[in-house]
Each structure stands twice: as structure tokens, then as C-alpha cells.
Design a protein around this ligand. Structure first.
Ligand SMILES: [Zn+2]
Length: 222
């Protein structure tokens, strides 16, 4: 799991600016195409978002509390080039519960259950507080896995498979290379005192699965 990183900022202010920004767009003489490219730079403007919208289609949406992430417009404001692998040190239900708790101060984008089921709790365009390192949070997508680092039996074939499908989808959509430089463990994040996913996480097996899943997906279009 992660730890606190940064404070939620500017939601109220952004909400106010959104009204002003919308008025600017209404009177702008920019060509539609030019506007489409630049509109997210306008003060307070953000990508349109719909409650419950998923980045990974196979996931089930269940929202983390807003105190555990920060609104952003990735990849326009921050490039996404890392996937960070975590282990909950608890159950899937525990992860969902604490990520919904505003006092927890941390949450990941995704939680993978032992049967391979995936919950998405934060949109990939937003910054989740999962890595305990601001720079890494801003550039990464975090995946939590049900279980404990010292219980190898927790890392089931179904969980590896579900997680690999998810990671392949993330890597395809953001153009992230599938290797150990770009898919890392929480333990490898600079300054962390976390050890997950631990010595029993089978990186070779996982990366092989991610690469295999990647070949089943359509080529990246953008
Ligand atoms: Zn972690």
C-alpha cells in the first residue's frame, strides 16, 4: 500500500473557475480543432469525466475517497510511464474499505482480487497517492494485489492473469514498455520504506504474462 503524498488541492477553486472557463470557450474564435488541442490548458478546464467511467473495461468501478487522490489531466499534464505493483497486506475487501476512507491518505488506481477480478477506484487521468513519492505518483498507475507479501500462496494464477491483462492494457494505452524499468514494485520507489510486492512475487512470470496479453490487444492508436 501507499502512504500519504501531497494534499488535495483546489477542488473548490477549480469548480468556480470551470464556470468562467466555459464562458471563455463559448466566446472563443479558435477553430474547433485548435480548441480541441488546447482547451485543457484553459484555467480550470479539465477533460470531461463521467461517474463510473472505466479505463480498463474488464474492471468494476468502485470509487476511492477523494482525499486519497488528486485531480489531474494525465497524460496532458503528467506523462504516464510507470506501473507500480503493490501487495495489500490484507484482503481485497480491506483494500476497498481503506481506499474509501478519507483518513487513510492513500489509494491505488486498481485492486486485483485472488480470483482475478479487478476493481478500478481512481481514474488513470488522476494522480493516486499510492507510491509515497510525489513524482512517482504523478507518472504512474498503481495496482494493488490482494494478499500478504510473506504468503506466496496468495499470488494465485488467476490473480497474475487478471493483473497481467490489466497491466498490458495500461501499457498499450500509454505506450509504456513492458520491462522491469517501467513496471516496478513499490519497494523500488525512491525513498520508500515499503517492501511490497516482496520476494515471492514472480516478476519473470508476470512480465511474460503481460507481454502475452499485449499481443492479444489492438495496437495503440494515439
Ligand atoms: Zn505498496
Amino acid at each position: 500500500m501507499g502512504s500519504e503524498n501531497g494534499k488535495k488541492r483546489g477542488v473548490g477553486r477549480r469548480a468556480v473557475l470551470l464556470g468562467g472557463g466555459a464562458a471563455v470557450v463559448g466566446t472563443a474564435v479558435l477553430a474547433r480543432e485548435e480548441l480541441a488541442r488546447a482547451w485543457w490548458r484553459l484555467p480550470g478546464m479539465e477533460k470531461p469525466r463521467t461517474d463510473g467511467e472505466l479505463d480498463h473495461e474488464a474492471a468494476e468501478w468502485t470509487a476511492a475517497h477523494q482525499a486519497n487522490w488528486r485531480r489531474a489531466d494525465r497524460p496532458d499534464d503528467y506523462r504516464i510511464d510507470r506501473v507500480v505493483i503493490h501487495v495489500v497486506q490484507g484482503s481485497y475487501a480491506t483494500a476497498l474499505k481503506v481506499f474509501r476512507n478519507p483518513l487513510h491518505g492513500a489509494a491505488a488506481h486498481y485492486v486485483v482480487r485472488k480470483d482475478g477480478h479487478v476493481a478500478q477506484m481512481i481514474r488513470e487521468l488522476d494522480v493516486a497517492f499510492h507510491a509515497g513519492n510525489r513524482d512517482m505518483n504523478e507518472r504512474s498507475v498503481g495496482i494493488e494485489h490482494e494478499g500478504f507479501v510473506d504468503r506466496p500462496a496468495d499470488f494465485t494464477a488467476e490473480m497474475y492473469a487478471g493483473s497481467a491483462r490489466l497491466a498490458a492494457d495500461i501499457c498499450r494505452r500509454h505506450g509504456i514498455p513492458v520491462d522491469r524499468e517501467h513496471i516496478i514494485g513499490h519497494v523500488e520507489v525512491e525513498g520508500t520504506d515499503h517492501t511490497d510486492p516482496g520476494p515471492h512475487w514472480d516478476w519473470d512470470r508476470y512480465l511474460t504474462l503481460v507481454r502475452k496479453e499485449l499481443t492479444k490487444l489492438p495496437a495503440r492508436t494515439s
